[in-house]
Design a binder for this molecule. Structure first.
Ligand code: SF4
Length: 275
């Protein structure tokens, strides 16, 4: 069994959880949406007194923690208007993408966000562009994008590097004045590179993390291009039958997967190996 060189919690997730735990000292405290895309961690924080609300209407007092994915500028206004205590755990890399989109709009660029339309982070970057950006998530959408005088590009922080480059190559034909602000974060890049590297050396890859986590799902799809890959949320989903005939097992995990979930999966694989 081999673990990827880079896996598990990233800086932004560690920071957000640390901030949330500090906020729990002044209850009631709620995250606006799940703090990270990992159900096991969300449940653990709930047991520590940090609830989750999907809408500010559900809260009349206490602290609102903005999660690492960030939110629209109007949400900050609404939290203050309601007199709630605001704790901002937006990852600094996401904040950079949000402010980059805003500055490109202010400079007069037609802005494109390369990312998944339904991802909360992408929605927040769109809001920071004053809803003026176009979100592109595929090569075909890039081909259909019109020619414009000035084109500014930012990315979802957890987008695939390879796909980002492919889409940018197409968009290069769409404008003579382009400004590309590379906002894919290092943690994402390192995890993707390490996962692809490991997947090319083993007989089977296990990718551990939330099924609702975009960066974990991306690791699984990248590994699947190299070798048989299974994406599990916890050790309980691991099926011993998967490992028949597989000598080398690789393990990686998304940026929102807690250490203890990775360790449990590793222990399960070891116990299957020794049978
Ligand atoms: S993956 Fe990158 S951008 Fe997202 S929370 Fe982690 S460090 Fe921040």
């Amino acid at each position: 069994m081999i673990f990827a060189d880079h896996l598990g919690f990233c800086y932004g997730v560690k920071r957000a959880i640390h901030i949330a735990r500090q906020s729990a000292q002044n209850p009631p405290a709620y995250t606006l949406g799940s703090i990270i895309h990992n159900p096991q961690m969300v449940e653990r924080l709930k047991s520590e007194g940090i609830g989750v609300v999907e809408n500010l209407d559900e809260v009349s007092e206490g602290t609102i923690i903005i999660r690492s994915h960030g939110v629209a500028p109007k949400i900050y206004d609404e939290i203050r208007r309601k007199g709630l205590n605001l704790i901002d755990a937006t990852c600094p890399h996401v904040k950079k993408a949000q402010l980059s989109a805003k500055s490109l709009v202010d400079e007069g660029y037609q802005v494109v966000i390369i990312g998944e339309k339904n991802h909360p982070e992408v929605k927040s970057i769109f809001e920071w562009s004053d809803q003026k950006a176009t979100i592109i998530e595929s090569e075909s959408e890039a081909q259909n994008f019109p020619e414009v005088d000035r084109l500014g590009i930012v990315s979802q922080t957890t987008f695939s590097r390879k796909k980002f480059s492919d889409i940018v190559l197409i968009l290069l034909e769409k404008s003579r004045d382009m400004k590309i602000l590379r906002t894919i974060c290092d943690a994402t890049e390192h995890r993707q590179i390490a996962a692809i590297d490991l997947a090319s050396k083993v007989d089977l890859m296990l990718v551990i993390g939330g099924k609702n986590s975009a960066n974990t799902s991306r690791l699984a799809s990248l590994c699947a291009q190299k070798v048989q890959t299974y994406h599990v949320e916890t050790a309980a989903e691991i099926d011993p039958n998967w490992f028949k005939g597989a000598k080398k097992i690789g393990i990686t995990a998304g940026a929102s997967t807690p250490d203890w979930v990775i360790e449990e999966a590793g222990q399960t694989v070891l116990s299957i190996d020794s049978q």
